[in-house]
Each structure stands twice: as C-alpha cells, then as structure tokens.
Design a protein around this ligand. Structure first.
Ligand SMILES: NC(=O)c1ccc[n+]([C@@H]2O[C@H](COP(=O)([O-])OP(=O)(O)OC[C@H]3O[C@@H](n4cnc5c(N)ncnc54)[C@H](OP(=O)(O)O)[C@@H]3O)[C@@H](O)[C@H]2O)c1
Length: 303
C-alpha cells in the first residue's frame, strides 16, 4: 500500500482509464475526472466487458494509474432471466480489471449496490453488516466485490443506491414522462432507500481520487457506502420529482409492492450508513432532496 501512496504523491497528473462513459455515473465521471489528469473514457463500442480477453488487453496496453469502472449490467429485472450475462459483466469483468490493475500497478475504483443486502434491517446498513442479496443483480454485484478483493489490495468500492440522473433511462425521467402522459400514477410506497444523483457520485469520486492522489495516509483500500443522506420511498421520491418539476395536476397514489409485481425481488429497506466515507475521506453527500434539486437545476427543470 505504501508503494501506491508514494506513486500518487509523486504524480499529481493521473493517467485514468474510465469504463462505462455512457452511463449515469460514467457520463458524470467523464466530466469530473478531467481535472485530475489524462482521462481515456471508453464505451461498449471500444470494449465490450463480456469480452474478457479484450478487456485485459485494453488495461495492459493503456497502463493506467487508476481504472474507474462505472460500467455494469444494471437491468435488475432482466438479470433474473439472463444471469450469465449479468455475472459476466458484474463479476467476471471486475475480476479481470482487478487482476490487470495489479499487473500494471493501478488503483481500481468500482461501484456496487445497496442490493447486496436483503432489506430485513431496520437501521442503516454499515460496511460491516452481513450481505445477503435477494436477486440476481445483487448476487452478481456481490460476486464482483469479492472477486476484486481477492485479486488486488489496491481498490476502492463505492456502494451506492437508487441512482438517477436527468440523462438516460431511469426512475427520474420515467416519472417525469408518465406525469405528462397520465392523470394518475401508482408508485410503490413500501420499499425504502436513498435516491442518489449520479453527478454527486462522480464529483465525490473525483474528490476522493484527488485526496488519495496527494496526501492520503495509511491503507484506504476497501468498501465504502456512498449515497445521499436521508431515506424515502419510491412513492415519496416520485412525488418530490414531479412536484418540484412544477407538475401539480397528476395524482400520485401509494401502492404496496404486491400490487406492482416485478421479476426481481427488491429489498424493503436498503438505506446505507455513510459515516465511514466521511470518517476516511471527509466527504458527505447532501440530503437526497438537495441532490434532487441539483438534478432538476442541471436539467433546467427546477420549479
Ligand atoms: N442505477 C442504480 O440505481 C444503481 C444503484 C446502486 C448501484 N449502482 C451501481 O452504480 C454503477 C453505475 O450505475 P449507473 O446507474 O450509472 O449505470 P447505467 O446508467 O445503467 O450505465 C451502465 C453502463 O454500463 C455499460 N455497460 C453495460 N454492459 C456493458 C458491456 N457488456 N460492455 C461495456 N459496457 C457495458 C453501459 O453501456 P451502454 O450505454 O452501451 O449500455 C453503460 O455505460 C454500477 O456499478 C451500478 O451497479 C447503480
């Protein structure tokens, strides 16, 4: 670990290889990482993560100081009927990234999920709590976390939750679209968690890298919870999105999960305790409503 800290402190301009630049977090990272050095941002067309041989070749050829992996198989329901692809992208590809990172002496930054937990808790999950995923997506993301830790001791895994952005297909954009199309919206009210604006994750990652890259003492490798603070339900989140965007005409109705069956089971409760992130890096993301306001502002939708 000392070697990697010396490496960063001698070299402020990092050579960063980013995977998943078209995703919610990845597109934010493509902007936010720019200030740290040279960023090579790749998409599926550059390297398909299910091609493990090509993936290893790309890492070895680029010889980055830091790999940031924002790519993942995130289609939670689809994963139930396509577990092999989900495992390839969420577990095998991160394993190859970690092995290749070790070969070239790079730090690997990776993202995981609140869905590694079962949702039976009644208070925020810490990094020390037992994991017990209840769907294929969560199981494959957990496999990815474990594979990384087995391959390298120079990694940061940020578990985040309920990620949304004004870019791409996600809950935020779906609610805004449906609110325009319908008079009434039914939204699940018995699943609780913390919505986290993708750009905040990207900004926090860049800030952490800038700290790790200069004067971070000690062993920082490990898993950290990185979400906004507070807790809500999908119903209350939908209501906040739609109302703050200025639409007061649509009726939003809370329903229990059993009235909206999905192929994948979701945890009833998946709020994460983020105090380790604050303790180790001095960073706390804002309350989820503040993140929502920022997203609405970035989307030019603030009411
Ligand atoms: N979304 C959430 O609610 C959520 C919650 C907790 C944790 N996370 C984690 O946070 C991280 C970022 O998530 P996100 O929401 O930003 O994801 P996202 O918007 O769904 O983007 C996923 C990215 O992965 C890429 N990708 C998928 N399969 C690929 C493949 N075979 N080869 C190359 N690229 C591939 C996608 O490329 P294409 O654009 O070509 O498809 C896209 O750029 C992920 O690790 C995710 O598991 C997300």
């Amino acid at each position: 670990m000392r070697k990697s800290i010396e490496r960063y402190s001698q070299k402020i301009a990092m050579n960063i290889l980013l995977f998943g630049k078209t995703g919610q977090v990845g597109s934010g990272l493509a902007d936010h990482l720019q200030g740290l050095g040279r960023v090579v941002a790749l998409d599926r067309g550059d390297v398909d993560l299910s091609d493990l041989i090509q993936l290893e070749r790309v890492v070895i050829n680029h010889r980055p100081d830091v790999i940031v992996n924002a790519a993942a198989y995130t289609a939670v329901d689809q994963a139930e009927s396509d577990p092999a692809t989900a495992e390839l992208v969420n577990a095998k590809a991160p394993e190859v990234m970690a092995r290749s990172a070790k070969k070239v002496g790079a730090l690997l930054v990776h993202y995981s999920t609140d869905y590694v937990f079962s949702g039976s808790a009644e208070q925020p999950y810490t990094e020390a709590n037992a994991v017990d995923p209840i769907n294929v997506y969560g199981r494959t993301k957990l496999q990815g976390e474990r594979a990384i830790a087995e391959q390298t001791d120079d990694y940061l895994i940020f578990r985040t939750s309920w990620v949304y952005s004004h870019r791409g297909r996600n809950f935020f954009n779906t609610m805004l679209r449906l609110a325009k199309e319908r008079d009434e919206l039914k939204v699940v009210s018995d699943q609780h968690g913390t919505p986290t604006y993708a750009n905040l994750i990207a900004a926090a990652t860049a800030l952490i890298l800038s700290r790790v890259g200069t004067d971070r003492p000690g062993d920082y490798s490990g898993i950290y919870h990185m979400t906004c603070t507070g807790m809500t339900s999908w119903y209350a989140f939908a209501k906040a999105i739609i109302e703050r965007a200025g639409n007061t005409a649509v009726r939003i109705i809370p329903i229990p999960s059993n009235e909206y069956p999905t192929p994948a089971k979701r945890p009833k409760y998946s709020t994460l305790d983020t105090s380790k992130l604050e303790r180790c890096f001095g960073i706390q993301l804002p309350a989820w409503r503040v993140g929502l306001d920022q997203c609405l502002t970035d989307a030019n939708l603030a009411g």
